[in-house]
Design a protein around this ligand. Structure first.
Ligand SMILES: [Zn+2]
Length: 398
């Protein structure tokens, strides 16, 4: 859904005075529309007059096909919600596009372009800070076929009819291209990345680059998977930092956002200068399309028009993220503490990031629950006996 903005700025400016506008969510359809209307587009009316004395300007509606709930950076993929591969991930080759400050397992692995850029920047900064360059991008995008192979291998190895370890094909977050497993090249082989020593920096800062740790011992009762200190998910810095500050599982986060619709959107102070409005739009089940309300200010020709993004949640609707110039006077960020009130989570992710330092104990035990450490050891043992970079078979599909 990336290039939609450009088109909208171009086409909608001529239609805004008519009030509510419908246009397409899809880039291809949008471009077609732009072609057929290019004559009319010349007669652009820049900024419409506010015809009502009222300050209220109704939103502009962007029409999305309901199936597009399966597309976008925020899709939730888990045991319940599988990945719809009719929406091609925006994959690039890691080896050809990575920075010099880490290595990748093999030359054919792929990843979402935005996530790869985020990893490049993060590990460049990590190397600048610590001098460490031995992190390995160990497992990125996986096709359904690769996942099926891993799944079948696990069934064969265990004799089970349903794997307890490997996500079934279609339900691995790795299908999205928005997940990466990290390992470390050390004298002991290639163990999974862990939140310890200098590597703590990655765990404390990944959210600034748009990534978060997907499976922790604190959220395993929600995700249904054991803690994985190596598996990071990309959603972009705005949502990753919110997830980090709130200390929520991704399943909880997607559920939480459903409380906020266009007229009572969540506001978020991302930094001293960056503010966002985030809201959920349920898919219109009476139709095969959903009209997504977008603030009027996101359209027009001025440099100050608001930026926005629409992503499906892969479950039942869309999440809209709008960058706004200022917060409401009654902005209240107490929601950040809703989930952190859980004492287990509070130990792990304090909302006050400045409290973190090397002596902090907030995450020392995070990946050391009996089950997860056993699992990690299995991965390590396997890899060192084979003498090459682990292929994630031990942690497999999630
Ligand atoms: Zn993984």
């Amino acid at each position: 859904m990336k290039n939609r903005k450009v088109f909208l700025a171009f086409t909608l400016s001529l239609m805004l005075s008519a009030g509510t506008v419908l246009t397409s969510c899809q880039k291809e359809a949008a471009e077609q529309t732009a072609d057929t209307e290019h004559d009319a587009a010349v007669t652009t009316e820049a900024v419409p007059e506010e015809e009502d004395a009222d300050d209220y300007i109704p939103p502009v509606y962007v029409e999305c096909a309901n199936e597009e709930i399966h597309d976008g950076k925020l899709i939730l993929v888990n045991r319940e919600y599988g990945y719809d591969d009719s929406f091609n991930a925006n994959l690039v080759n890691i080896y050809a596009n990575k920075s010099d400050n880490y290595t990748v397992d093999g030359s054919t692995m792929e990843l979402d372009r935005d996530m790869l850029n985020a990893i490049n920047t993060m590990l460049d900064d990590f190397a600048a800070k610590t001098g460490i360059t031995n992190v390995i991008a160990n497992s990125g995008y996986r096709s359904f076929e690769e996942q099926k192979q891993m799944y079948d291998d696990d069934l064969e190895a265990t004799g089970l009819t349903e794997s307890e370890l490997v996500a079934p094909p279609g339900h691995s977050e790795h299908h999205t291209g928005l997940a990466m497993d990290f390992a470390v090249a050390s004298g002991d082989g290639y163990p999974a990345l862990k939140n310890e020593g200098e590597y703590k920096w990655i765990y404390d800062n990944a959210h600034n680059y748009g990534m978060f740790l997907r499976y922790t011992s604190q959220n395993r009762h929600i995700t249904g998977y054991m803690a994985e200190s190596w598996h990071f998910r990309y959603v972009g810095p705005v949502h990753a930092s919110l997830i980090w500050k709130m200390g929520v599982a991704y399943e909880e986060y997607i559920g939480f956002l459903k409380d906020f619709e266009f007229d009572n959107a969540l506001e978020y102070r991302h930094s001293d200068t960056e503010f966002y409005r985030i809201y959920y739009v349920p898919a219109d089940l009476d139709s095969d399309k959903t009209e997504i309300p977008i603030p009027y200010e996101a359209f027009g020709t001025g440099a100050d028009k608001w930026e926005y993004d629409i992503s499906g949640n892969n479950a039942d609707g869309f999440i809209v993220t709008v960058k706004i110039p200022e917060l409401s006077p009654d902005y209240d960020d107490s929601y950040l503490y809703l989930f952190n009130s859980n004492p287990e989570l509070a130990d792990y992710q304090s909302p006050d990031e400045e409290e973190y330092d090397d002596s902090s104990e907030y995450a020392d035990d995070t990946f050391d629950s009996t089950d997860s450490s056993a699992e990690t050891e299995e991965t390590e043992a396997e890899s060192s006996s084979e003498g090459n970079i682990p292929d994630s078979e031990g942690e497999a599909g999630w």
